[in-house]
Write a protein that binds this ligand. Structure first.
Ligand code: GDP
Length: 219
């Protein structure tokens, strides 16, 4: 068994296999449809086109998951991808749907805010922002709700391959500075689904939130 676990570890000590196990396990349009609130969840959020589906795909290594979230009818649902019985990646609906009526947007916002504030299983929020367009209104709103709920936030500055290394680093420093100025708490990293850079760093944050150490101790 130990040998097998050793096999699952990558060089940075994360259990990559856990993420490769991800499978679509259901969707909810309202909080009453969520599964039992007794495991570990990490929510993924971002404006539409931020690269959220690609990031979920890169982290799990499963292309079909991204497609699942984009299935018509599911783009405005909370989609669950379980990794094991206790742990799930939760894909929150993106924003920027021009055709969604205002009233519906407000209803969604209320649902999202409640999910972030009330969900016991929720251990962290991964917020995807296109490195060229960070900290838009939706992002600030998510950060504010998460901070109010004392929920840790980790920001992936996606599509970092679009900028040269120095410019990407400068963009990250600028985001960190703006967060400090706005008194918003979040860790930040560069991420690219195109060249997979930043994957290990994102996975170690997930490992921490999912308490993968505790999982290994049980084995
Ligand atoms: P979502 O709407 O947030 O789920 O965004 P998607 O993951 O569908 O990505 C939106 C667009 O950005 C697609 O055309 C992707 O191919 C592209 N994209 C996503 N991630 C990256 C990346 O890391 N690098 C580059 N160059 N393009 C990306």
């Amino acid at each position: 068994m130990l040998l097998l676990l050793g096999f699952f570890f990558t060089q940075n000590g994360s259990m990559s296999q856990l993420y490769r196990n991800a499978y679509y396990s259901g969707s909810a349009t309202k909080l009453s449809q969520l599964p039992g609130d007794d495991g570990y969840e990490v929510a993924f959020a971002g404006r539409s086109n931020a690269g959220k589906s690609s990031a979920i795909n890169t982290i799990t290594g499963i292309g079909s998951l991204a497609r699942t979230s984009k299935t018509p009818g599911r783009t405005q649902m909370i989609n669950f991808f379980h990794l094991d019985e206790q742990r799930a990646l939760v894909d929150l609906p993106g924003y920027g749907y021009a055709k969604v009526p205002e009233a519906m947007k407000h209803k969604w916002q209320a649902t999202l805010a409640q999910y972030l504030e009330k969900r016991q299983s929720l251990r962290g929020l991964m917020l995807m922002m296109d490195i060229r367009h960070p900290l838009k209104e939706f992002d600030l709103q998510m950060l504010t709700w998460a901070n109010q709920a004392s929920l840790p936030v980790h920001i992936l500055l996606t599509k970092s391959d679009k900028l040269k290394h120095g410019a990407a680093k400068a963009a990250m420093l600028d985001v960190q500075k703006k967060l400090r100025q706005a008194e918003l708490e979040a860790s930040v990293q560069l991420f690219s689904s195109l060249n997979k850079s930043g994957r290990d760093e994102a996975v170690s944050k997930l490992d921490q939130w999912f308490e993968v150490d505790a999982l290994l101790a049980q084995e």
